[in-house]
Design a protein around this ligand. Structure first.
Ligand SMILES: [Ca+2]
Ligand SMILES: [Ca+2]
Length: 442
């Protein structure tokens, strides 16, 4: 072997050793990085669908009583089956792992419609979701559960509180780790370190002609909720709450205006105060059919009440909420768009339906319930209706027509007119945070 050959061979061996060393170093660096960087937290993905108000079209949609119902409560009941079918398809194909339904599963608590709703929810669970429900004011002991095959409408069976829990056994009641003896409230584990407290704030009276719209959390139920919040805190378990009625006012004076008071639970300040102090940070609600988020703070504790609108009221929304381990919660709003309607444009159809329906209803109420003269009622009803449409959609703002109407109403020197001016202003003044897309840290 010549000196030159020997040198080349040595360089070759050294080169190999160096190459192997650098590869080993690279591997070491990679494994070191993997041990430091934890996999990204995908968060718990939740779909929120509220105020579904299912009514099986085969129960009939004919007669004056049916039409009167649509007049008194202008939601898209006639189209409900197609709308809900579109909604369930979207939720099924979403990446949500959990589906929360904060009440009003049926039109008026009909047993037939509850059983059909349970079948829809079962199909969601078959697609891999976990569904949790809580009742709304329309769902239990409802005296107006009826079928509408022409006049008169005929009473059909409703459900008692225990029948409700039985029908929705797979959607919260059966999985509950604890149930409130005084109501249909329960606790279920969404993850080992995350509980859902489903609160039933509905009032089940019997013998009334119509079901109560207002809600109230009894002393017994409020104490039970607080004890569950304290238990969770002591075990370092995070909590999400849901309830049909709002726990916090969603616009200034909501609990004092005659037409909106029943959408926030009675004694809401007292209940919100005790829940926020016990550690509640987030509550999903429905009932008012509006997309809205408000916060309620006491000291360093803040609670967010996230209200989700109804698929049967424009803009026909549902939500996707993601909760991360670091306490971030992101909210994303979807709307139902692909429903076949006359004219072909479902979002426009839904908005026009709500605008027309609310205008007619508000005009009727102004004249008959508040003694407003016909001409003024005709002038103001479209402005109030537009305020509802804007409030339901969320992230609402004042517009010129509303400002002019408010100035005119305030110039009349009449208490009813002043109250209307206040209602329009409040419903068009969004309380922070944003309503449709946001990221908050709990
Ligand atoms: Ca807001
Ligand atoms: Ca709002």
């Amino acid at each position: 072997m010549t000196r030159e050959q020997k040198y080349t061979t040595t360089t070759g061996i050294l080169g190999h050793i160096l190459a192997i060393l650098s590869i080993l170093t690279l591997f070491a660096a990679c494994s070191e990085d993997e041990s430091i960087v934890e996999p990204a937290d995908p968060g718990l993905r939740m779909a929120v669908i509220s105020d579904l108000h299912y009514y099986d079209p085969s129960l009939g949609m004919e007669g004056q009583e049916w039409q009167m119902g649509l007049f008194a409560d202008p939601k898209l009941l006639t189209e409900n089956a197609d709308i809900l079918s579109s909604l369930f398809t979207s939720v099924k194909t979403s990446d949500a792992e959990v589906v929360l339904v904060p009440g009003d599963l049926t039109k008026d608590g009909e047993k037939h419609n509850h059983e059909a709703m349970a079948a829809f929810l079962r199909s969601l669970e078959s697609s891999g979701k976990k569904v949790f429900v809580v009742p709304g004011n329309h769902d239990v002991n409802n005296p107006v559960a009826k079928s509408f095959h022409g006049d008169p409408a005929v009473s059909i069976p409703g459900v008692t509180p225990s029948e409700f829990a039985q029908i929705y056994d797979e959607f919260g009641y059966g999985e509950a780790t604890d149930r409130d003896p005084a109501s249909l409230s329960y606790v279920a584990a969404l993850q080992p370190d995350l509980w859902l407290i489903a609160i039933d704030g509905c009032v089940y009276t019997t013998g009334e002609e119509t079901p109560p719209t207002y809600g109230s959390i009894s002393e017994a139920t409020a104490s039970w909720v607080v004890s569950k919040l304290q238990e969770a805190k002591s075990q370092n378990i995070r909590v999400i709450a849901m309830m049909h009625h709002a726990l916090v006012e969603h616009f200034t004076g909501q609990s004092t205006f005659p037409v909106t008071a029943e959408y926030v639970v009675s004694d809401w300040q007292q209940r919100a105060s005790s829940f926020v102090q016990a550690g509640m940070k987030i509550l999903f609600s429905g009932h008012f059919h509006a997309n809205d988020v408000v916060s309620y703070a006491e000291g360093s504790n803040t609670l967010y009440d996230i209200s989700t609108g109804s698929p049967l009221s424009a803009p026909c929304p549902w939500r996707l909420a993601t909760l991360y381990k670091d306490g971030r919660l992101t909210l994303d709003t979807r709307t139902i768009t692909n429903v076949s309607v006359p004219g072909g444009n479902f979002p426009r159809y839904a908005t026009e339906y709500l605008t027309t329906g609310m205008t007619n209803l508000v005009a009727y109420m102004l004249v008959n319930d508040f003694g407003v003269p016909d001409e003024l009622a005709g002038q103001i009803a479209p402005v109030v209706a537009a305020a509802y449409v804007a409030n339901y959609a969320g992230d609402e703002e004042m517009d010129t027509a509303s400002e002019q109407a408010v100035t005119m109403l305030n110039s009349l020197g009449d208490p009813t007119a002043a109250l209307l001016a206040q209602l329009i202003t409040s419903m068009r003044t969004d309380l922070p945070p944003a309503d449709n897309a946001l990221s908050i840290t709990l």
